[in-house]
Design a protein around this ligand. Structure first.
Ligand code: SF4
Length: 234
């Protein structure tokens, strides 16, 4: 890795003492706050767009609204809202009325509940399943050995590009991702015209809570420390 690459996740300073938290704060040699004026230039350029400015402003207002007891000091604040509520609140703040809900087939029951919740709160909902279009995986030059169901004659691919095309055509104001796979989520976000947020990510093993592996890194998930792990999975 280049010595100039940012390593904020490994920052050696206490959160309250960091350069990104206070003007006289500390940062390591490669600190992007202390060392790179281009960061500031990028921000200024982006905020020159009034739509980005308002999006960023409302996102910050949404953030602070999600805590109680802010007047008691930073150590005593507490989160008070589930993400689904925050997602709807943010959409209202932004005057987004038409929401895309793009979801994985494996979460179709959850998607139905989310669709109804959004609908109940007055949003127009465009929901699109991952297998939309029923395009065979063979079109990605994949064979039966690459299918989840190896016995099936044909397996439809997850089709985030089609999901994006549909919500684009149906002119959603904001898109909510629910359980898309690693990579499929990337393709959707790349192709979608409206801004996107994620309600939940796919984790087949851990009930869509990938942080469970991180929380148990020193216990049940310690196998993640094995440097040979990825080679074994190939
Ligand atoms: S911006 Fe600088 S001070 Fe803040 S976490 Fe990154 S390296 Fe540390």
């Amino acid at each position: 890795m280049s010595s100039s690459s940012s390593t904020c996740a490994l920052c050696p300073f206490r959160l309250s003492e960091r350069a990104c938290r206070k003007p006289e704060g500390k940062g390591p040699e490669n600190c992007p706050t202390s060392r790179q004026s281009s960061v500031r230039a990028s921000l200024d350029e982006a905020l020159n767009d009034p739509r980005i400015f308002e999006f960023a402003r409302q996102a910050s207002l949404q953030e602070s609204s999600a805590y109680a007891d802010r007047d008691r000091g930073y150590d005593l604040v507490r989160g008070i809202k589930p993400r689904i509520a925050e997602t709807m609140e943010f959409a209202v703040r932004m005057n987004f009325s038409r929401l895309g809900l793009v979801f994985c087939m494996g979460l179709h029951k959850e998607a139905a509940i989310v669709h109804r919740i959004l609908d109940k709160h007055g949003f127009e909902v465009v929901s699109v399943i991952c297998k939309v279009g029923r395009v065979p995986k063979a079109e990605l030059e994949l064979g039966r050995k690459d299918q989840v169901d190896m016995q099936a004659e044909m397996e439809p691919m997850c089709n985030p590009i089609a999901q994006a095309a549909i919500v684009n055509q149906q002119k959603t104001d904001f898109n909510i991702l629910l359980g898309l796979c690693v990579g499929h989520d990337s393709l959707f976000m790349k192709q979608a015209e409206a801004m996107c947020t994620v309600l939940a990510v796919k984790d087949r093993l851990l009930g869509h809570n990938p942080l469970a592996a991180i929380y148990t890194y020193d216990s049940y998930s310690r196998y993640l420390k094995d440097p040979g792990l990825l080679k074994k999975d190939e």
